[in-house]
Ligand binder design. Structure first.
Ligand code: ATP
Length: 140
């Protein structure tokens, strides 16, 4: 089975969306094989989102992502990476509300920054992001 990294961002955790998001995850056939709630610091966010370091929104993104705790999960199922991206919907939650009203970002996101969840966008990012947060287990 394929693994992907899912994150409920500070607005999702702070807005009490954890239970509803987990229900959507399980109802969609994913297994949550690892999970951890933590408060990210600036260095961790800068490193996690290094590919966006030159973007105009980078410092806002760091502020947002350090504004409260996040819930990190490893999700497993066949086609987990693409299926989780489809389930969360477009980056801009305002667009998601129009084009993908059943997506998670439509349900609990606010705009193009505060979009309540993250998902790895490729097999390479999934491997990088899972090992960013979790030690490799001996069965991997
Ligand atoms: P993620 O990587 O968090 O799953 P994504 O792949 O849909 O999101 P990216 O383009 O990788 O979107 O952007 C990473 C994050 O940076 C977004 O989820 C959002 O929180 C923030 N972001 C993206 N675009 C903007 C923007 N135009 N203004 C403010 N914040 C933004």
């Amino acid at each position: 089975k394929e693994k992907t990294l899912a994150m409920i961002k500070p607005d999702g955790v702070g807005g009490n969306y954890v239970d509803i998001i987990k229900k959507i995850i399980l109802d969609s056939g994913f297994f949550i094989t690892q999970e951890m709630q933590l408060q990210l610091n600036e260095d961790a966010v800068k490193s996690f989102y290094a590919e966006h370091s030159s973007k105009s929104f980078f410092l806002d993104l760091v502020k947002y992502m350090t504004s409260g705790s996040v819930l990190i999960m490893v999700l497993e199922k066949e086609n987990a990476i693409a299926d989780w991206r489809a389930l969360i919907g477009p980056t801009d939650a305002n667009k998601a509300k129009v084009t993908h009203p059943k997506s998670i970002r439509a349900i609990c996101g606010f705009n193009s920054e505060r979009n309540c969840v993250h998902g790895s966008d490729s097999p390479q990012s999934a491997v990088r992001e899972i090992s960013f947060f979790f030690e490799k287990s001996s069965s991997d």
